[in-house]
Write a protein that binds this ligand. Structure first.
Ligand SMILES: Cc1cc2nc3c(=O)[nH]c(=O)nc-3n(C[C@H](O)[C@H](O)[C@H](O)COP(=O)(O)OP(=O)(O)OC[C@H]3O[C@@H](n4cnc5c(N)ncnc54)[C@H](O)[C@@H]3O)c2cc1C
Length: 352
């Protein structure tokens, strides 16, 4: 591990002053410190932002929920207003990582976490994201975990976050602060597609800090479900995941939100599939059609073609469970999530 300067920011302004291309902010450290040890990230300076007053969750007058950048994944998942109004987000958070990691991981750190592509994490491999222009060993390598959607000739690395999949379905706004003041960015525009610049992952300048995330007002009354399919039932990243919210009028779908994880290079809103659901009855055939549409543009590589069917199954089941919850008049499907995200979320059972 390389040596770096270390300091603690005392205010947001003070943190932003430190920000530059050679500096990294550290919050929970669960992504950053791993990557520094692997020599993938090489900051000359690390600024600890944990003393900043960014740990509040606040209901705004317009019904939105503002979440401080340093609220931990555990606190957010168990926050009473999140559990009541955004159970989809709570489920997605609890499906991620482990209890210990969630206790450390923060909201902004989760938004900013880097891909788990093994070629990105191995400095001996070619990776355009880690080293622009060096190539992409994943394209013709072991690409079982890689993206079906949103990839390019330069990068097919998956965006790994569960939380961000729920955010894509819910809708949110990020508050960023830098030396020239505060600005807001829609969550949908924050993460970038790789294109020919996969090293540019998001819309955040080096001297800016994420200070808050504000969730859109809840979609109500609606039913929702987050389903994560993975190689083992906990402490594992998604092979495919789906976040679904449905608003029904009787049997008919009047609003649909659908986002995918584990299969795309950024948190993936399936807008065309959503449009196809509206006006349709909440039945299996509608869900299967939406799944076909969502994966229509999938571009599998040698080892990840199985994820096309897996993602479709995730979509159908998430929509089915969201619709059951909507019909019962509870927002959340009450089937099987526990604090570890275990239950019926393993690949094996989903294929049964
Ligand atoms: C073994 C393991 C398993 C995991 N499994 C999952 C999983 O299943 N699902 C999932 O979604 N995630 C998973 N994660 C990832 C985990 O959720 C992230 O590591 C965590 O959310 C990052 O938050 P942090 O606060 O620790 O970020 P840090 O490591 O402190 O920072 C991460 C990045 O964000 C930047 N950053 C942090 N705060 C700010 C800010 N306020 N403004 C600007 N930049 C900032 C840092 O500079 C750094 O680049 C796993 C991680 C590990 C180690």
């Amino acid at each position: 591990m390389r040596a770096f300067d270390f300091s603690r920011a005392e205010s947001v302004g003070n943190a932003a002053q430190h920000g530059n291309a050679e500096t990294a902010f550290v919050a929970g450290g669960t992504t950053l410190l791993d990557l520094v040890k692997l020599d993938v990230m090489r900051p000359a300076a690390v600024v600890d932002i944990n003393a900043l007053p960014l740990k509040a969750v606040e209901r705004l007058a317009d019904g939105r929920l503002k979440i401080g950048a340093l609220v931990t994944n555990t606190d957010l998942a168990h926050h009473p207003e999140v559990k009541r109004d955004y159970p989809l987000l709570s489920q997605a958070l609890l499906a991620g990582a482990s209890t210990q990691l969630r206790n450390m991981a923060t909201t902004a750190g989760n938004l900013m976490q880097r891909t788990r592509c093994p070629y990105f994490r191995d400095v001996g491999s070619a990776c355009n994201k880690r080293q622009p222009g060096s190539g992409c060993d994943a394209r013709d390598g072991i690409n079982r975990m890689h993206a079906l959607l949103g990839g390019s000739a330069d990068c097919i690395a998956v965006h790994p976050s569960d939380m961000c999949v729920a955010l894509a379905a819910i809708g949110a706004t990020l508050t960023l602060e830098g030396p020239s003041g505060e600005r807001e960015v829609a969550f949908a525009d924050f993460h970038r597609l790789p294109g020919d610049t996969p090293h540019l992952e998001h819309d955040l300048a080096a001297d800016e800090l994420i200070t808050a995330l504000t969730l859109d007002a809840p979609l109500a009354p609606a039913g929702s479900h987050y389903l994560k399919l993975r190689d083992r039932a906990s402490y594992e990243f998604a092979l495919a995941s789906a976040a679904a919210q449905l608003k029904l009028d009787g049997e008919r779908i009047i609003e649909a939100r659908l986002a995918l994880g584990g299969v795309a290079t950024k948190p993936w809103r399936a807008s065309e599939a959503e449009a196809a659901l509206v006006g349709q009855p909440a039945v299996l055939a509608s869900f299967e059609r939406a799944a076909e549409i969502a994966l229509r543009d999938a571009q599998p590589r040698a080892h990840n073609a199985f994820k096309v069917d897996l993602a479709k199954q995730a979509i159908v089941r998430a929509l089915r469970d969201a619709s059951r919850a909507a019909q019962r008049g509870t927002d959340q499907d009450d089937t099987d999530q526990d604090d570890t995200g275990q239950g019926r979320t393993d690949t094996q059972e989903s294929q049964a």
